[in-house]
Structure formats: structure tokens, C-alpha cells
Design a protein around this ligand. Structure first.
Ligand code: NAD
Length: 382
């Protein structure tokens, strides 16, 4: 059994919950889950035991009701879990959503203790963090982090940074847990958090789930790199209509996305071709099915100039939700293997900004093989 607590019951988390229950019931095939039936930990063994949000329209409601707003075919098996109140720390500022957080009523230290207490009852193995994209500042030292929590420095911390701190506390007290950070806030790339996780028996995967245009760009760039075709420039953009794209219209938040996405160019090509890679806009009618476009100019043999153009409409949330079905099971495997801290082999395939810090993006086809071997599976093409 893999018990899961969700942090941020939005689009991705709701499609995760809905799709997971449908796969478990045999109603849909496990397409979009890379390791579907291959892992020793089976999909049917995943059990959602808790969910947290700060949106007043979600907190206190039954998970089934919340998920139904995103997927009218939400399975009945999601009934019986009440969405609990998380830590807000202004995660939803500038968005048209009314929020309520534990931090409205207590200090951060008390909120951490409160969460750890709830988790000891729910007994999750794995946390998945799919809260709204945050504007954040990584931590320079352990002391700075401890001081921010103990000293109730609300302006220094984001909700994710407090959730991971609480998860580490929980893992230390219970003997092991995993935290999947699917959002851009640097956790697996913040040495302070990786060290804390290692000491606390917490496995952290992160940062920022690799879906949509980014892994595709990575594959295309590896194709050019392997053939020594010289890339002149890359334009890649996304326009979507879900709340995540709305949140990204906020400059500070968009900067965190830009940061995670841009590192792939130098990592894969070995030089920094001029590029523009970022979520570009919000257009409500597109809803969750975003428009992606990529344009790459490059030089081939005998100075020939080529260019490729790729466009697509991609359902944003299912792309990440499918990966989460693997990540929670890999989290359980990491706990069993006692691989605490962060696991590059997992991050390199599933994350846009694979931790630990200074580890590169590598071609996904290689990352895929390394990840399989880490999970105890046969390589596929090697
Ligand atoms: P969403 O806006 O639909 O959902 C986010 C949810 O988190 C909302 O319900 C919101 O109320 C809740 N929330 C905000 N602050 C919170 C807090 N402090 N504590 C608890 N809950 C909180 O967004 P989404 O489309 O589900 O995306 C979620 C996250 O996943 C984003 O950060 C996004 O960057 C990341 N992500 C998404 C994709 C993808 O959709 N393909 C890929 C990579 C990363």
C-alpha cells in the first residue's frame, strides 16, 4: 500500500485523483503513466488518504465534490475524504480566489506541529505538492531556514517551503516518507532542503514536473546535439487557459517557471543558443488544453540553414497527473531502499529542473534508462 497526501487540490491533483481511481477500477487503460504495470508497487496499491487546500470553496468539502468540478466523471470511490486546511502564506495573492490558512490562526511553528499531528493519524508514505506556482527565494543555510520557521518570518517562506519542513519533521518521527515537488519552487535543488531531507529520512523528488513542451524540446535538442547540427535560436511558447496560466501572468511567479525551463538549452547543447522559453499567456477559452509552439533554426552540413516548427494542443493537467502515478510509487521504493535526500535518477526523467543543484538536464532517452535501472527494472533499449 502507498498512502498519499495531496497538497493543492487543483486541476492536476483532481485529474490525478480521478484518473487514478478509474485505472484502479479498470475503467480506463493506464496510458500516460510511463511505468504503468511495470513497477513492483502496483497502481491499485495507491490510496489517497488526505488532501489540503486553502481555497475557501474547497476546504471542508468532500474530495469527490471538489474533483467533480474538474472531471464530471469523478469516481464515487473518492467520497469520504474531506479537504483540509493547509498553510497559505499568501500563495493565492493577486488571484481571484478567497483563501484561508492555518497561518491565519497560529504561528508557523504551531502550523507545522498541527500538520505533523494530522499526518501521524493519516500515515501517508508520500506527499505530492501541486500547489499554485509560487514566487520564492531559496535558503542559504540551515540556520536561516530554522530561524524563519521558529521566528515566524512569514515573508521569508512560501507554503511549499513550510510543507517540506513539516514533511521532514514527520519523516523523522515516523521512520521515512517521500515528498514529490512537482512545482518550480527549488527544493530538490536547494542544498539546505536536501540535507534536511537526508537527515530526516525524507526522499525528495523535484523540481517542477516535466510535461508538455519542455521534455519535447529536450528530445529535439538532443537530436541536434547528437548530429552536431548547430542551433542558432529557439523560440518556444505556451498559451493556456487554466488557473496555473492565470497565476503565471504574475511576474514574480512567471520568473520561477522561466528559471526552471531555461536551463535545458546549455545542458543539452553544451552552449547557450539564444532562446525564449516560457509560458507566455493566458487565454481563458483554451482552458486546460494549452497551445504550444516551438521554432528552432539550425545549421546543417555545408552551411545549410534548416528550421523546424512544431505546434500542438496539449491537455496540461493529465500530462503531469500521469507522471504522479509513477512518482508516488517511486517514492515508496525510495523509502524502501532508504534513499533519502534526493534521487537524481528519478528527477532527471520526471522533472524540468532535476535536483540536486548543479546536476544537469540530460537527454530524456538516457534519463529514462537510468531511472528504470534505479527502480530495479530492465533497461528498455540499452
Ligand atoms: P491549479 O491552480 O488548478 O491548482 C493549484 C491548487 O493549489 C489550487 O486548488 C489552489 O487553491 C491550491 N493552493 C494554492 N496555494 C496553496 C497552499 N498554500 N496550500 C494548499 N493548497 C494551495 O493549478 P494546476 O494546474 O493544478 O497546477 C498545479 C501546480 O503544478 C502549479 O504550481 C504548476 O506550476 C505545477 N505544474 C503543472 C504542470 C501541468 O499542469 N502540466 C506541469 C508542471 C508543473
Amino acid at each position: 500500500m502507498v498512502k498519499v497526501v495531496i497538497l493543492g487540490q487543483g486541476y492536476v491533483a483532481s485529474i490525478f485523483a480521478s484518473g487514478l481511481e478509474k485505472v484502479k477500477a479498470g475503467k480506463i487503460r493506464p496510458y500516460g503513466i510511463p511505468l504503468a504495470d511495470e513497477l513492483p508497487v502496483k497502481i491499485k496499491d495507491i490510496q489517497i488518504v488526505g488532501s489540503y487546500d486553502v481555497d475557501v470553496t474547497k476546504v471542508g468539502r468532500d474530495l469527490h465534490e471538489v474533483v467533480k468540478a474538474y472531471d464530471p466523471e469523478a469516481p464515487e470511490t473518492l467520497r469520504g475524504i474531506t479537504v483540509r486546511r493547509g498553510i497559505h502564506l499568501k500563495s493565492l495573492r493577486n488571484l481571484p480566489i478567497e483563501a484561508t490558512g492555518l497561518d491565519d490562526e497560529m504561528t508557523l511553528k504551531e502550523a507545522v506541529d498541527h500538520l505533523v499531528g494530522e499526518w501521524k493519524e493519516l500515515k501517508p508514505d508520500v506527499f505530492i505538492n501541486v500547489c499554485t506556482t509560487e514566487a520564492f527565494v531559496p535558503f542559504e543555510s540551515r540556520e536561516e531556514l530554522e530561524e524563519a520557521i521558529e521566528g515566524d518570518k512569514r515573508d521569508r517562506l512560501t507554503a511549499t517551503q513550510v510543507y517540506v519542513y513539516a514533511a521532514a519533521e514527520y519523516a523523522k518521527e515516523t521512520g521515512g516518507a517521500a515528498f514529490v515537488n512537482a512545482i518550480p519552487t527549488l527544493i530538490a535543488n536547494d542544498p539546505v532542503y536536501v540535507e534536511l531531507a537526508k537527515e530526516s529520512k525524507l526522499a525528495v523528488f523535484g523540481d517542477d514536473g516535466a510535461t508538455g513542451a519542455t521534455p519535447l524540446t529536450a528530445d529535439v535538442l538532443s537530436h541536434f546535439a547528437q548530429r552536431n547540427r548547430y542551433v542558432l535560436d529557439i523560440a518556444q511558447f505556451n498559451i493556456g487557459g487554466n488557473n496555473d496560466f492565470l497565476a503565471l501572468t504574475d511576474k514574480e511567479r512567471n520568473r520561477s517557471k522561466e528559471f526552471t525551463k531555461s536551463s535545458i538549452v546549455r545542458d543539452l547543447l553544451g552552449y547557450d543558443a539564444p532562446h525564449y522559453i516560457k509560458p507566455t499567456g493566458f487565454l481563458e477559452p483554451l482552458d486546460d488544453k494549452k497551445f504550444i509552439a516551438m521554432h528552432i533554426e539550425y545549421v546543417s552540413f555545408n552551411g545549410a540553414h534548416d528550421e523546424i516548427i512544431i505546434t500542438g494542443r496539449i491537455n496540461d493537467s493529465p500530462a503531469l497527473a500521469g507522471l504522479l502515478v509513477d512518482l508516488v510509487r517511486l517514492g515508496k521504493i525510495a523509502i524502501e531502499k532508504k534513499e533519502f535526500g534526493t534521487v537524481y535518477e528519478v528527477n532527471a526523467f520526471y522533472m524540468k529542473n532535476p535536483g540536486p543543484k548543479d546536476m544537469q538536464n540530460i537527454p530524456r532517452i538516457i534519463a529514462h534508462e537510468k531511472m528504470r535501472m534505479w527502480a530495479g527494472l530492465e533497461p528498455k533499449w540499452l
